[in-house]
Design a protein around this ligand. Structure first.
Ligand code: AMP
Ligand code: MG
Length: 333
């Protein structure tokens, strides 16, 4: 598929999904901005040193996890041939095991092996520029061929003890874009000694007190956000939506969340899904899965998880901007 746009321009495609509102009047803290994981990291807390070290840890994770960095663990797996075992870091293995858990829980709605389809639709990080459509859409044949490569358990085998990943299908590729930012935010929280809010491209976590978080409006609305929710210390929140990375082609919106069951941008009836969870990686992957499979399936999965994760909650927005809520803490504007 030919593209009208330059790869480097992708660097400017930064969208913040969630807005954070914090009461700062009594605080001396300042915020720090960093570039990491292809997006903006904003840390608001008391210690610039802690913020800098959190950003450095995230950069290290990015160097292991990003599909568009050829030397990363994921980059090396993606360029490996079938049958080749690639040795990865403990961090990469931990996240792949978590990704597999969500893949199994969601019957493959969340599937970290979806990358061939993400590339085909033009949403790979080096290709996509917000607001610019490709010259043509993938053909049915191309979608069928890329779909053959997708299916985490079919295409990859993990050896957690040996820290190796073996590709079983030539051309299969991994993409942790639906889980890595939530993981990175959650992982950073233990490093803050006092009140701190971390916002990595809309994946937010907070420590030290409660925070009021605005959920961004996925379409034109009376406000820039549809409502707020309360984030308790140690919790993370992630939003997935069809408005984050998309293009219009012949008046139809095509977006970055791909339904592995038909190889096309998800059409579940939901345009935005927000999940709150102490496990930031789980919440991030789950918001992606629910955006793929819809509210009914999402509620089943949340029910199944709520015994182990009593704090888990979610906000669903459908194409008519109707909002519905699972769990606690949401107030409409
Ligand atoms: P998020 O914004 O967390 O929903 O993540 C979306 C990103 O995850 C996309 O930009 C793709 O890189 C990747 N992705 C797209 N569809 C899926 C899927 N069905 N399962 C896992 N990752 C996906
Ligand atoms: Mg996600």
């Amino acid at each position: 598929m030919k593209r009208r746009f330059a790869k480097t321009a992708a660097l400017f495609a930064v969208i913040t999904i969630l807005l954070s509102f914090t009461a700062c009047n009594d605080r001396t803290a300042t915020g720090e901005y960093f570039d990491v994981f292809g997006t903006t990291l904003y840390i608001e807390g008391y210690s610039a040193e802690e913020a800098q070290s959190a950003a450095a840890v995230m950069r290290e994770a990015e160097l292991l996890l990003s599909a568009d960095i050829p030397s990363s663990d994921i980059g090396r797996i993606n360029s490996a041939a079938a049958g080749e075992s690639v040795t990865v870091s403990g961090l990469t293995m931990t996240l792949l095991l978590k990704a597999r858990e969500v893949y199994l829980l969601t019957d493959g709605a969340y599937d970290p092996s979806v990358y061939p389809l993400v590339e085909l639709w033009g949403f790979a990080p080096g290709d996509f520029v917000m607001g610019i459509a490709p010259d043509s859409l993938p053909t049915d044949g191309e979608i069928a061929a890329a779909s053959e490569l997708v299916g985490f358990d079919r295409a990859f085998s993990l050896d957690a003890d040996a820290l190796t990943v073996t590709k079983l299908t030539d051309g299969a590729k991994l993409d942790l874009g639906g889980i890595a930012k939530g993981y990175a935010v959650q992982n950073s929280l233990a490093g803050f000694s006092d009140e701190t809010l971390v916002n990595l491209g809309g994946n937010i976590g907070g420590v030290g007190r409660d925070y009021t978080i605005g959920i961004g409006a996925p379409r034109e609305y009376t406000h820039s956000y549809i409502g707020t929710l309360t984030l308790h210390s140690g919790e993370c929140v992630s939003t997935s939506g069809d408005y984050e990375r998309y293009y219009f082609f012949d008046g139809v919106r095509y977006h970055h969340i791909i339904d592995p069951s038909d190889g096309r941008p998800a059409d579940s009836g939901l345009i935005s899904v927000t999940v709150v969870c102490r496990d930031g990686a789980l919440g991030d992957a789950l918001s992606t899965a629910i955006a793929v499979a819809g509210e009914e399936k999402g509620r089943e999965w949340l029910d199944a998880l709520s015994a182990d994760h009593p704090e888990i909650s979610a906000v669903f927005v459908d194409g008519d901007m109707n909002v519905s809520v699972y769990g606690r803490g949401f107030s409409a504007v």
